[in-house]
Design a protein around this ligand. Sequence first.
Ligand SMILES: Nc1ncnc2c1ncn2[C@@H]1O[C@H](COP(=O)(O)OP(=O)(O)OP(=O)(O)O)[C@@H](O)[C@H]1O
Ligand SMILES: [Mg+2]
Length: 209
Amino acid sequence: MKNILVANPKGGSGKTTLATNLAGYFATLGQQVTLSDLDRQQSSTQWLQRRPASFPLIESHHSKKSSHSTADWLIADSPGGFRDEKLSEAVKQADCVIVPIQPSAFDIGATQEFLNLLMEEKAVRKQKTFVALVGMRVNSRTNSAAKLIEFMDQTNFPVLTSLRNAQVYVTAAEQGLTVFDMRPSLVTQDLEQWAPLLNWIMDTTITIE
Ligand SMILES: Nc1ncnc2c1ncn2[C@@H]1O[C@H](COP(=O)(O)OP(=O)(O)OP(=O)(O)O)[C@@H](O)[C@H]1O
Ligand SMILES: [Mg+2]
């Protein structure tokens, strides 16, 4: 099973949006996906409860049998303020950590601190867990987008893509859906923006059973 952790202790950075869409993507491929909600707010669990039965199945981690999961993918959505032991444990178990970051000075400041913590994690230093960054709600050609890219580029981690600020993510969240469940003509640009992230995950986890 391939284990992906979505994390950034900064609240509202886009973790649940990334985690639910990632889960949806692998489900769309016909693979078995378990979504593990580590957040007491239970946003991704509630999203899963809104998911129509007619769309590709995603399992919730709360079902007992998923502790011995035979899923192909385990996608973990973590809470704001996630740190210390819980963070270390989750990073150790993950094959990849995806860090969403929004274009604001507050988000950049908080994320720099988080990336420093991640770099101290043994699993990351020994390249057992791979960390990568994703810009979230990025309106290209804005000054704040340029500052975010500049920030991400000076970290030691790969910068995979930036996802635009778009209503499709809000609608998908409300309906238990993902951009991969929507009419392709509505999400052409979004699917293009997701591609480098999906390719990186595939490449990074290719040797994992
Ligand atoms: N690319 C996007 N375009 C438009 N809205 C977005 C995008 N990404 C996230 N959002 C919206 O931003 C808000 C915060 O996103 P989300 O809930 O995914 O963040 P989070 O990191 O999980 O927050 P928390 O720390 O509270 O768990 C949500 O209302 C979500 O719908
Ligand atoms: Mg969340």
